[in-house]
Design a protein around this ligand. Structure first.
Ligand code: ADP
Ligand code: MG
Length: 363
């Protein structure tokens, strides 16, 4: 639970009653504030801010700066002026009640379960060529977060990858895969993902997996966005395993990522194709780093690979011993002192260091 509660400046009595009732249904305590001056004191800390038309107007008049996680509620169709005010304070959604009740409950439930502090970071992992080791690396980062006792959400965004659950040896585990996941209202809470999807726990750590399947449709971009934002709002590290084809789902993930890592085997041809991938990633304005994977049959050094690909080196790793066998036997775990775990730790450190994109602004 948050020590910092969501706050509401809702002057309309009936609307306030509705909001408080929905908050109770979501298990979320909302603090009522009397005016915008009181709101100002919570502006930088409240995990969620709920305003009605007159509340948002007061905030605009006080010239409060834009921030993420602002919701504007209304009982009537939003006017142009209301939208202008909403945008001025950073709100991306005006929720019309009672129509938007389900949406609001979900937003409030997220706020109730989010840890106090910032939202979780989002990492995209891409391969510089087919079979580069991107899926294995994405899974290794997820398992490293789990081992650290933290929360991770691992999302398979490769419709032709055959299912990331296979990498984790989780293909027989119960829980939904992409084709069965139906997201209503364009929003989902992390707790509903935890209960619907396969996952692992380790101490306080939790790894939740949203895998593709062996048949059926791959993820839609809106669904990728909703799932990714749910994980991030809940403070989890979100790891997206992307295809190199840059379909709509991959783009939806990339646009919301704090960092993109390209895994490249230390081979000349892989460098050349990785450069094409890197160029595409750069078009999205995402910070991109390279993870170079051995062996280097021609003696290419990691620094040389980075020069050819044209993005900075994050780390390099030797081949993981006995990996192919453990993958086939469904018992893959990166060795704690092995190359994959070391590179995963370096990546998590780099992810923590990049300035965060304000994901909460999308709520
Ligand atoms: N770190 C690694 N060390 C050694 N071999 C690896 C490593 N990562 C991947 N591989 C090998 O490459 C294969 C393809 O890996 P995968 O992660 O599925 O690639 P991608 O997702 O980039 O297509 C694996 O089945 C494994 O045999
Ligand atoms: Mg893959």
């Amino acid at each position: 639970m948050n020590t910092n509660r969501p706050v509401a400046l809702v002057d309309d009595g009936e609307l306030l009653d509705d909001v408080l009732k929905l908050a109770a249904a979501a298990g979320c305590q909302v603090e009522r504030l009397p005016d915008a001056t009181a709101v100002r004191q919570h502006w930088n800390t409240a995990p969620l801010l709920i305003l009605d038309a007159s509340g948002v107007r007061e905030c605009v008049e006080l010239r409060l700066p834009r921030r993420g996680s602002v919701l504007v509620v209304t009982a009537t169709q939003p006017s142009e002026e209301l939208w202008r005010d909403a945008v001025a304070v950073g709100a991306r959604h005006v929720v019309e009640l009672p129509g938007g009740e389900e949406w609001l409950v979900s937003a409030l439930a997220d706020a109730a379960e989010a840890p106090a502090g910032s939202s979780g970071r989002v990492l995209s992992v891409l391969g510089g060529r087919g079979g580069a080791g991107a899926s294995v690396f994405a899974a290794s980062v997820g398992l490293t977060v789990l081992r650290n006792g933290d929360g991770a959400l691992l999302i398979d965004c490769d419709p032709l990858g055959g299912g990331l659950d296979l990498v984790l040896g989780a293909e027989t585990e119960q829980g939904l895969r992409w084709p069965e996941l139906r997201l209503r209202a364009g929003r989902v809470s992390a707790s509903s993902l935890h209960s619907a999807l396969p996952g692992r726990t380790h101490g306080n750590g939790r790894l939740t997996l949203l895998s593709g399947a062996r048949e059926g449709v791959g993820p839609e971009p809106d669904a990728v966005a909703a799932v990714l934002e749910a994980g991030s709002r809940a403070g989890e590290t979100v790891i997206c395993d992307l295809s190199r084809e840059f379909g709509d789902a991959a783009r939806a993930a990339l646009e919301r990522s704090d960092l993109a890592v390209i895994v490249v085997p230390a081979e000349v041809r892989a460098c050349v194709s990785a450069k094409l991938v890197a160029d595409r990633v750069r078009e999205h304005g995402i910070t991109a780093r390279l993870v170079v994977r051995g062996p280097a049959p021609g003696g290419l050094r990691a620094g040389e690979v980075a020069n050819v690909v044209g993005i900075p080196l994050l780390t390099s790793m030797r081949p993981e011993p006995a990996l192919a066998r453990s993958l086939d036997q469904g018992n893959f775990r990166p060795k704690p002192r092995g190359p994959l775990a070391g590179a995963a730790r370096a990546t998590l450190k780099a992810l923590a260091a990049v300035p965060a994109r304000d994901l909460r602004a999308a709520s």
